[in-house]
Design a protein around this ligand. Structure first.
Ligand code: ADP
Length: 321
């Protein structure tokens, strides 16, 4: 493919998604297997939009791991950097869907293969070939994966690759709030592009108002080119060195919001990979974010993350409505 490569790094797992909304994990009568994991969702999202993407991460040498590798291949995502751990299982997530489509997760991670990824297993050549390296892991908790994750992000940065970061904070997974804050800051400080939620802003600013621009700007640093705050159905906010604003979302019936943030990230990164100077031109950036909002909106109308990610054609149709 001729389009610039986006390498996505972190976990890939199976989401068990209930077939009916509004029931607790124990009461849901049936689940469907859906491939997911934030950075893998972004990789498939970019590919489905017509971009070029690779995924780097580790799964178990089990049927779930092979299923995930197949899904990447079916979606034209480069999986050369994927590793299979013979001694650990693929990570699993059990989803509870509330009536409004919002979700809660319970993870099988004790530890799962993704958490055992080692620095020596990383494909640094692939990382250095990227135009954008997107890091979106929630498993930056324990060794050895913690060192491997930081090494991958630093290698990208040192090679002049644009570093994109989505902290994907899932607080219960961290041993403490302090460790989560430190873990996030390791990557935050060197990132060029960051996508964050309101919950993550309040967490990082110790409970301050995430709607206050002055609070958000406390998190801005001199290296940062673009800070994006997603706000569910409301759309998103953007902050650059020179301007900031809001782009409203699309009205859809939400069934399952899993993967919306990742679809949004895929939408914006696929465009920034082609032209990073979008971050300097507010009108063009707003158009790109409208496209990203449409990616997120379409994704919430279907169950699962990867199955719900849109094609470019679907996004353009939604934008015309
Ligand atoms: P995350 O999945 O990371 O929690 P959000 O829920 O904020 O992220 O969703 C990311 C983007 O997806 C939003 O900025 C918005 O554009 C779109 N989106 C999410 N939920 C909805 C919804 N209910 N209706 C329309 N668009 C949505």
């Amino acid at each position: 493919s001729l389009s610039p490569l986006v390498v996505c790094f972190g976990e890939m797992l199976i989401d068990f998604v209930p077939t009916i909304n509004g029931l607790s994990l124990a009461d849901a009568p049936a689940y469907k297997k859906a491939p997911g994991g934030a950075p893998a969702n972004v990789a498939v999202g970019i590919s489905r939009l017509g971009g070029s993407a690779a995924f780097i991460g580790k799964v178990g040498e089990d049927e779930f791991g092979y299923m995930l590798a197949d899904i990447l291949k079916q979606n034209n995502v480069n999986s050369e950097g994927m590793r299979f751990d013979p001694g650990a299982r693929t990570a699993l997530a059990f989803v509870t869907l509330r009536s409004d489509g919002e979700r809660e997760f319970m993870f099988y991670r004790n530890p799962s293969a993704d958490m055992l990824l080692q620095e020596s297993e990383l494909d640094f050549d692939l990382i250095k070939k990227a135009k954008i390296f997107h890091y979106g892991s929630i498993s930056l908790i324990t060794e050895p994966c913690k060192s491997a994750h930081i090494a991958a992000a630093k290698a990208a940065k040192d090679a002049g690759v644009i570093l994109s970061y989505d902290p994907n904070l899932r607080l219960p997974l961290w041993p403490s709030a302090q460790s989560a804050r430190e873990g996030i800051l390791n990557i935050w400080e060197i990132a060029d592009i960051i996508k964050i939620s309101e919950e993550e802003i309040s967490f990082l600013t110790e409970g301050e108002d995430p709607y206050d621009d002055a609070v958000v700007l406390k998190l801005f640093h001199p290296n940062l080119k673009l800070l994006l705050v997603t706000e569910g159905a409301d759309g998103c906010r953007y902050y650059t060195k020179n301007f900031s604003g809001r782009v409203k979302g699309f009205k859809v019936d939400a069934v399952d919001t899993t993967g919306a943030g990742d679809a949004f990230v895929a939408g914006i990164l696929s465009q920034l990979a082609l032209d990073l100077s979008l971050v300097e031109k507010e009108d063009e950036l707003r158009d790109a974010l409208k496209f990203a909002n449409a990616c997120g909106a379409i994704t919430v109308t279907e169950r699962g993350a990867i199955p719900a990610l849109p094609t470019k054609e679907a996004v353009l149709n939604t934008m015309l409505k």
